[in-house]
Design a protein around this ligand. Structure first.
Ligand code: ATP
Ligand code: MG
Length: 342
């Protein structure tokens, strides 16, 4: 049982260890952690904002582990309502007393109470757990409104008719960490100013080369030499095509893991390596819609598969352009600077 949380609770927090052996801490990462913990310890919610693959969720969970309290994790999505956050009435409980002591008199008393189930946000506020609200801008703003008084007045307003008090004082150890991607696909709502005003936002970009390399090594167990080459290729491609959005460190991790499985080397003379890079990087790079302007996810996917490489910067567009570029970067970063013959 966690801190008075009843065994009957429908919500079970996650116990996150402060020791996370797969978490990479370089000086850049340490710096972000230091400030985030400073703000959280001062009592302010922290919000990590940044493009896909910049380590927001990983960082939020690591920091939650450092706080040392049980963690309630919520993923924002369109379906989330304030009752899935706060709780709801689930039905009626009947309590019937029949007094048969005097046979001739039937004493009957019926009491009806409404059953209430605390949901994740209420449990976090009540017991002082750490809330990690991942991608909170994917939920509709009206669902998130309940957070306004939690973060400012430290009061959770519960729906009327809940039985006991309709206000719950937020436990002093309650902490909140939010993440969001400001330029995600459709389905993301603009973060409300009032909510943002109550948090401290830390903007995250892609990590530096040293950190991306360390993450790639940690996640795949390949050699530092190979990891450096893969990360250099991925970063170069990211700068070239996608306004610094994709491919992310996830692509480096994927390439490195497959390389490990194949027991292959990051070399331009290794056909397997070239094939894996082309498979993983071509589609990721051939974004037909510039980053930050992906109005419709479905349309994006559709277009990506049909018009591969369309809308890339002049001179770089088209399937072959992307392929040639990837091959030239493999040559450049694995063969000491010579470029592929184009
Ligand atoms: N400090 C770190 N140590 C180890 N792995 C990391 C670290 N930061 C990020 N990663 C790894 O990099 C990848 C991307 O990180 P993460 O999922 O946290 O990014 P994100 O910003 O939340 O992305 P998205 O917006 O797509 O959800 C994951 O595979 C994650 O495990
Ligand atoms: Mg994430």
């Amino acid at each position: 049982m966690i801190d008075n949380l009843p065994d009957s609770s429908e919500v079970m927090p996650i116990l996150v260890s402060s020791e996370q052996p797969t978490f990479v801490k370089t000086s850049k990462v340490e710096e972000v952690i230091k400030w985030a913990l400073t703000y959280l310890n001062t009592g302010f919610p922290v919000h990590f904002r940044g493009p896909a693959g910049t380590g927001k969720t990983t960082l939020a969970m690591y920091i939650a582990g450092q706080i040392g309290r049980p963690v309630i994790l919520i993923h924002g999505d369109e379906e989330l309502t304030s009752s899935t956050l706060v709780g709801s009435e689930t039905g009626f409980r009947h309590k019937k007393l029949v007094d048969n002591f005097i046979q001739s008199v039937l004493k009957s008393e019926e009491q009806i109470t409404r059953d209430w189930i605390d949901n994740r946000l209420t449990v976090a506020c009540r017991y002082g757990f750490t809330l990690v609200y991942d991608e909170f801008t994917r939920a509709r703003p009206e669902a998130n409104n309940v957070l306004l008084s939690i973060l400012e007045e430290k009061i959770l307003d519960l729906p009327a008719g809940r039985g006991e008090n309709s206000h719950l004082g937020v436990h002093p150890e309650f902490r909140a960490i939010f993440t969001s991607n400001p330029a995600d696909y459709a389905g993301v709502h603009a973060a409300q100013d009032a909510l943002l005003d109550r948090m401290i936002t830390i903007n995250l970009g892609h990590y530096d080369e040293e950190t991306e390399t360390a993450i790639t090594i940690k996640k795949s167990d390949i050699s530092a030499q190979d990891a450096k080459k893969i990360v250099a290729i991925v970063r170069d491609l990211r700068e070239t095509y996608n306004h610094n959005s994709i491919p992310t460190v996830r692509a480096s991790i994927k390439i490195a893991k497959v390389l490990k499985t194949l027991n292959a080397r990051a070399s331009a003379t290794d056909e397997n390596f070239k094939k894996v890079c082309l498979d993983i990087l071509s589609l990721e790079t051939a974004s037909p819609v510039p980053y930050g302007n992906r109005a419709n996810h479905a349309a994006y996917d559709n277009k990506a598969s049909k018009n591969f490489g369309e809308n890339l910067p002049a001179g770089k567009a088209g399937k072959n352009g992307v392929k040639e570029k990837i091959l030239s970067l493999i040559q450049k970063h694995t063969m000491g600077g010579r470029t592929y013959g184009i």
